[in-house]
Design a protein around this ligand. Structure first.
Ligand SMILES: *Cc1c(COP(=O)(O)O)cnc(C)c1O
Length: 426
């Protein structure tokens, strides 16, 4: 697989290089030079998920890393279930939240971790990342116990939910968590400074493992095939994707470009609506990010957007095929209640997509929306909206009793650097 930098097309790299680099020159995103077309989609749809995923990923990288290696990566990464659940006569939800951190990010993070471990080739690397919750948990779990890899996750002390903190700060082993006495932006600033510090680079071989890594997108392509395979409706579905940084939607578009029959996509956002406004006005004007109940989608400058545009360009199709729907907080609550009336307990992110789908479905169409997180992860807002109480699922119950192993640090780069050199470097 060859990829090029969207900012500097002359920069071309292999899949392994793209995974290790993360980004190209000037923070440019890597994009595949060719999108493989699958010859027998109907046959693939009859296979079980892991088996089918091996074929899909093989079409991208089998010739670069070998078929046996692809199978190993997939079998280790996709070791938890997913399910398509019917909500009403026209809508189903693809539940992607049955992994170790109860969010769809487990798919991408686990596959990326396996890839990095495979490509590190004996060198110890240090994954350094800042999180406001979800991503850090998925990354920490994905790399937990992998040989040759250390993980350092920074987060703002006291500013993530206690449950969220328990989920990734109780692992120990090769996972190091740092509670910084400041906010998320300050954590990100410390990480950025570390990446440009020559001494730290030399001693620790830093890697960001961030959300624009191409390996994550390839992993996410696989579950769109499962959505179509498990559907008992005739004809291709409309798919609504709850979107923040638009990685999930990018993966869906790649699946469609490979030949998966999907009628059209709906980009569903909360009131951070840069994309829906852009699709209707043609003007790109990110506003200040506002906090919502679907907080993993509180993004006003989505980092994967250039990839979305590139796919439409590559396929020779107009961007107008994509619908954008922005869903308000009131509509999100209404959607949660409406789903609950259909006997389906959901959470704000999926509820945004369910609402957008309901509004956009035309007569004769049927659709699928993506369930990106387990309702228990957004316990407070779900309980408040529906006036009920939710039991913690087993993985959360298990960690709730463990103690936090995080190092507390003041927000000071030199202190942080000392910590990295003394406690983390060999
Ligand atoms: C990250 C996240 C999203 C947004 O996905 P993108 O790929 O960034 O668009 C939606 N829902 C949940 C629960 C998430 O954690």
């Amino acid at each position: 697989m060859k990829l090029f930098n969207l900012q500097h097309p002359e920069e071309q790299v292999s899949f392994a290089e793209a995974v290790k680099l993360g980004m190209g020159r000037d923070r440019g995103l890597f994009f595949p030079t060719d999108i493989p077309r699958l010859s027998d989609v109907a046959g693939l749809l009859r296979l079980p998920f892991v088996e089918r995923s091996c074929h899909i990923i093989d079409a991208w990288i089998g010739s670069e890393i070998g078929h046996a290696a692809v199978r190993q990566l997939i079998e280790k990464a996709f070791n938890f279930p997913l399910a398509l659940v019917k909500v009403d006569s026209r809508r189903s939800i693809l539940e992607l939240f049955h992994g170790p951190t109860l969010a769809f990010k487990d798919f991408g993070a686990r596959f990326m971790a396996q890839c990095l471990s495979e490509f590190a080739a004996g060198q110890t690397i240090t994954i350094l990342t800042a999180t406001s919750g979800d991503t850090g948990a998925a990354v920490a779990h994905a790399f937990y116990g992998l040989p040759g890899i250390k993980v350092v996750v920074l987060y703002p002390d006291g500013k993530i939910s206690p449950l969220q903190e328990k989920l990734f700060c109780t692992l120990g082993g090769n996972i190091h968590t740092v509670a910084v006495n400041s906010d998320f932006d300050a954590c990100q600033e410390l990480v950025k400074k570390a990446f440009v510090d020559a001494e730290l680079q030399r001693e620790l071989h830093l890697n960001s493992a961030n959300s624009i890594n191409i390996s994550r997108l390839l992993a996410q392509v696989c579950y769109y095939f499962e959505a179509v395979a498990a559907s008992d409706h005739d004809g291709p579905p409309v798919v609504a994707v709850p979107s923040g940084n638009f990685g999930n939607l990018t993966a869906g578009l790649l699946a469609q470009a490979m030949g998966l029959p999907i009628k059209r996509f709906i980009a569903a956002t909360n009131c951070n609506d840069t994309v829906p406004r852009y699709l209707s006005s043609g003007v790109w004007s990110p506003a200040t990010t506002v906090a919502t109940s679907s907080n993993a989608m509180d993004v006003s400058a989505p980092s994967n957007w250039p990839r979305v545009e590139e796919i439409f360009k590559t396929m020779g199709r107009p961007l107008s095929e994509l619908s954008g729907v922005a869903v308000s907080e009131e509509q999100t609550r209404e959607s949660l209640r409406e789903l609950y009336k259909q006997d389906y307990l959901s959470e704000p992110h999926a509820a945004v997509a369910a609402y957008a789908l309901q509004k956009s479905l035309q007569p004769g169409e049927h659709g699928i929306f993506l369930g990106t997180a387990h309702p228990a992860k957004f316990k407070e807002s779900v309980e408040q909206t529906l006036s009920l109480s939710i039991d913690l699922p087993a993985p959360l119950q298990a960690v709730a009793a463990r103690s936090i192993l995080s190092k507390r640090l003041a927000c000071d780069f030199n202190r942080f650097k000392d910590y990295l050199l003394e406690d983390i470097a060999d």
